[in-house]
Design a protein around this ligand. Structure first.
Ligand code: FE2
Ligand code: FE2
Length: 244
């Protein structure tokens, strides 16, 4: 009885597994090719980043000169924070789009910034296991808070949503700059590649910041206190994620 039930479940399980594999094999390349056909620049940008992260991965496997424990601790902390920051950014844009998705002017801009955040997160997801970095245990909290922040400010209006983007991207841009300064003292092949990635992402975040300012972030209601709260909240999130 038990054996026959087990065999039935096992066969259902393997059928589902087979169907998932077939779906992934066929649907994912179609989706990617349709997106990259519409946005050829994304393909170049994406392959450049992915090849850099692959180079880090292969260098890290073969490197004969490992990082010191202190350097390793610094890099662990950096990558954990960066991955968590990109998770938060993804959920902020998701929250903004949930409210402003039907706005013809602002929705395409948010979607474009979100696409870049997806790629940032994907890159850190790929780097993380190779540097053997533990992800933050607070991921569900940053996802929820990111979404609430994005949706909440979007409900206050387009300008408030852009003020949120301005405050977040300012903090993240400063944070990436701090990391670039810390990485200057480490001479290591893997770290050179990591530095290139962080530099590219810093430039992307600063571009998002400029976009938000161009879209009237400074006309948001309660602009001063709103951006100050978000800025300090992001700083606190960075501090906590470095430890947990
Ligand atoms: Fe990002
Ligand atoms: Fe960004």
């Amino acid at each position: 009885m038990y054996t026959s039930s087990y065999l039935t479940y096992s066969s259902i399980g393997s059928t589902i597994h087979r169907k998932c594999i077939i779906a992934i094999k066929h649907k994912v390349p179609l989706l990617i090719s349709s997106y990259t056909h519409k946005h050829p620049s994304y393909l170049t940008y994406s392959s450049r980043l992915i090849s850099t992260s692959k180079r880090i991965n292969s260098n890290n496997d073969q490197n004969k000169n490992p990082l010191t424990p202190k350097q390793k601790q610094l890099i662990d902390c950096m990558i954990r924070i960066d991955q968590a920051g990109e998770i938060g950014a993804n959920y902020i844009y998701k929250g903004q789009l949930a409210v402003l998705g039907s706005d013809e002017k602002i929705s395409p801009v948010i979607k474009e910034m979100w696409e870049q955040e997806k790629l940032h997160l994907k890159t850190f997801d790929e780097i993380m296991p190779r540097f053997r970095v533990r992800p933050t245990i607070l991921r569900p909290i940053w996802e929820a808070l990111g979404f609430i922040l994005g949706a909440g400010t979007a409900m206050m209006g387009k300008e408030a949503a852009m003020a949120c983007t301005e405050a977040v991207e300012t903090t993240i841009g400063e944070h990436y700059n701090d990391q670039l300064r810390d990485l200057l003292s480490i001479e290591h092949e893997d770290i050179d590649e990591l530095r290139k990635i962080i530099k590219q992402f810093r430039d992307d975040e600063l571009q998002h910041l400029d976009t938000a300012v161009d879209l009237d972030a400074k006309k948001a209601p309660f602009y001063g206190p709103l951006t100050a709260i978000i800025h300090h909240g992001c700083k606190a999130a960075i501090w906590i994620t470095g430890r947990f």
